[in-house]
Ligand binder design. Sequence first.
Ligand code: AGP
Length: 610
Amino acid sequence: MCGIVGAIAQRNIVKILIEGLRRLEYRGYDSSGLAVINDKKNLIRFREIGQVHILAKEVEKHNIVSNVGIAHTRWATHGKPSKKNAHPHISEYIAVVHNGIIENYQELREQLKKQQYIFNSETDTEVIAHLIHSEFKEGYTLIEVVKLIIPKLKGAYGIVIMDRRTPDLLVAVRYGSPLIIGLGIGENFLASDQLALLHVTHHFIYLNEGDIAEITCKKVNIVDKQGINVERKPIKVDIQYNFDNKGIYNHYMQKEIHEQPLAIKNTLHGRFDQNNNVIFTELDKKAQNILSKVEHIQIIACGTSYNAGMVARYWFESLAIISCDVEIASEYRYRKPIRRKNSLLLTICQSGETADTLAALRLSKNLNYLASLAICNVLGSSLIRESDFSLMTKAGIEISVASTKAFTTQLTVLLLLVAYLIRLQNKNILFERNIVKALYNLPFHIENIFLQEKNIKSLAKDFSSINNVLFIGRGDQFPIAVEGALKLKEISYIHAEAYPAGELKHGPLALVDTNMPVIIIAPNNKLLEKLKSNIEEIHTRGGLIYIFTDKNAGFINSKNMKIIVLPNIEEFTAPIFYIVPLQLLSYYIALIKGTNIDQPRNLAKSVTVE
Ligand code: AGP
């Protein structure tokens, strides 16, 4: 959600902080701010509403030179997006940036008010600054005071604290929200995401839950939640990413849609042996042994990743003959779920930092699953570190808040896993052979969709003044309808709902009239004839029909009906294929509507709070 950057160095860190914020902007973009201690030991703060470039412009005017500072880009939780609610928050000599939520902030606020503290914001963060200030007594160090206040904070948080009186030091705490330390030579950094620091280092320490870190230019000291000094091994991260380079594209989303054939190829790379059997080098003998016994799979995820899980349920059950349930993490974590016999917990998460998915994973540790397996796009993320095993998607960095290539690479890994389980558990090898073949062909088929991009772009004009859209599909295309509707809502702000086509007459058909567009995903598969009957029901009621289909499905144009004929595709990979034209359609509709496509209102890339 919010983004945090901190730096302590022997050079001027102002530009480092600003560049870090710019790289984190996709995580939250309501407002941003920074605080530094200058050479005269003054604490200086800048805060602005809106995007980071507005803050950067303001900071630039003042020619600040500083060796230590903290910065923040905000996604509002407590208190509306405004200058006074933007971080850092200050209590005299203490400055704090915070990611997460302090649940008992009202109570703390009241207590602090009684001690004559004056609150200048509506945020939960300001209590942290005042609380630290209030605990300082003669001779106390910053770290001692931080240790004192931690038991008083309820909730999930990552915080970085700076004290004007000790400008050679930053203190960071990780409790539920990710924080990493970037290691330099004679300089060190902090951030909520490694991407924020790739311009200054590729060496990182990932803090564990409950860690408190003291960072100077030359040293990093970490104590764990038991208060014991610990060494955390630095990891070298080899990611290269040019944040200024959208290439020939206008938006990251457009670029990422077009990167899908390559992202899928990368995800497949190294995952077949010389006999074209699926291999996962990440899974050791122990993991293989566990997977060979799995009789049930419980999938947990949020948003687009949940939709990938919904597709996978069809695959696990019909191809690998393994029963499967899929649940939204925020629901699962507050139920009393009953674990089925010989069950695997499978989490799916692009960022590896989604708070609800992580909480569900932690909860599952008491439920005696055979193991937890994560499918994730970010190496070193909390999800990967806390799961028993993990399989990486190789989508590359996804910047656009609307997920595209993460989804199709998640589905690619899931289908690989289905093939892997079929072989491991001696199920129908013909399915496995056909899955492998279909996956090989998939990037090429997706390339062909882009030949139709102009048609999809012109179709988008039909939706420029529409307020509601229905998406329908059947079988494993139903979750694709759900994902298509999510994309449209997210970036064009058009209300969109998805239904299994057979469910229409149980209610939603009442919505269909001559103003209601219905987008239908209709490849030629065994459910096509059933789907055609549902289409007829919409047609007779005057609904505006848009059918995404293939040559063999045999649709004939008629009034109020537009047919988008796509290349034929193997049945197994059809869900991965059919989301691409829907992503393009949403993109072009949003383009016409003039919304902020890469950073849609009210959203953030990685949801690290509940
Ligand atoms: C997708 O377009 C969304 N922005 C969102 O639903 C996202 O998929 C969800 O927040 C889950 O994220 P994760 O995969 O990082 O857990």
